[in-house]
Write a protein that binds this ligand. Structure first.
Ligand SMILES: N[C@@H](CCC[C@H](N)C(=O)O)C(=O)O
Length: 277
């Protein structure tokens, strides 16, 4: 199988062109290929397929083989992949995902994709749609007990589920310990991605993430979008925010008039490979 290893701010996936390759058991392949000792090493697997309703379809799997409905860093890399490997000449493309069709603009200079801007669609705040168990219709700054500590969460779906927790310090958090407790907490029927966020000022926040199915990653695009929605709803930031992640920065904007979230950031090819499966 031919593949390409790519990353968006260090959130790395193995990409397979399914116009050419056929994958029999993608869940098992995702677990094998993601392994950083016995496989290629990645946060998961992303398959690029033809689509009947958009220019391309992105099918994403986490490192544990579970399916993610959307992947913000992944979809920017899909845009770079289809442009660089000449599956399209267009610089405006649509991509079908389990979280809906997304529209992307490639910023190309001298044939080089410098960044990708993604229309991430509208954030979903209804608790039953995210889903998160709650007495309230929206989960805004609600207490949740994990390991004997009460945290406060704001929950948002960006196609996939997120719980955003505001903290005073992100550096000293033991995510290996608390991340899985949030991920598998009984309030989240489909598990959850959890963002730990420190607000720096009205235009800047920093964030670490524990991703459902992959653990701590260096960046999460949908997580950065959910974070900015939570920041704005709680009155912490303006509508355009730079999110500092371990792997670099994303620019996130909430166009309130259209109720659309835009994410802009880089996409990088690491290497092409071939593996016996
Ligand atoms: N890293 C991604 C999100 C990947 C999917 C997530 N772990 C889930 O299961 O929902 C991003 O950049 O958005």
């Amino acid at each position: 199988m031919k593949f390409t290893k790519m990353h968006g701010l260090g959130n790395d996936y193995v990409y397979v062109n399914c116009f050419e390759e056929t994958i029999e058991n993608p869940e098992e392949l995702a677990r094998f290929i993601s392994d950083r000792h016995f496989g290629v090493g990645s946060d998961g697997l992303i398959l690029i397929h033809p689509s009947k309703v958009a220019d391309f379809e992105m099918i994403m799997y986490n490192a544990d083989g579970s399916r993610g409905e959307m992947c913000g860093n992944g979809i920017r890399c899909v845009a770079k992949y289809v442009y660089d490997y000449k599956l399209t000449e267009k610089t405006e493309i649509s991509v079908e995902t389990l979280g809906g069709i997304k529209y992307l603009e490639l910023n190309v200079k001298d044939e080089k994709v410098e960044s990708v801007k993604v229309n991430m669609g509208s954030p979903e705040l209804a608790a039953d749609k995210i889903p998160v168990k709650s007495q309230n219709q929206k989960v805004m700054n609600e207490p949740i007990d994990v390991e004997g500590i009460t945290y406060h969460m704001t929950c948002v779906s960006m196609g996939n589920p997120h719980a955003v927790i505001f903290v005073n310090d992100i550096k000293d958090l033991d995510l290996e310990k608390i991340g899985p407790k949030f991920e598998n907490h009984e309030r989240f029927p489909n598990r959850i991605n959890t963002e730990f966020v420190r607000v720096i000022d009205k235009e800047t926040v920093e964030m670490r993430v524990w991703e459902r199915g992959s653990g701590e990653t260096l960046a999460c695009g949908t997580g950065a979008c959910a974070t900015v929605v939570a920041c704005i709803l709680n009155g912490y930031t303006n509508d355009e925010v730079t999110v500092h992640l371990l792997g670099g920065d994303l620019q996130i904007q909430w166009d309130k008039k259209e109720n659309l979230i835009y994410m802009t950031g880089p996409a990088t090819i690491v290497f092409d490979g071939e593996i016996q499966i």
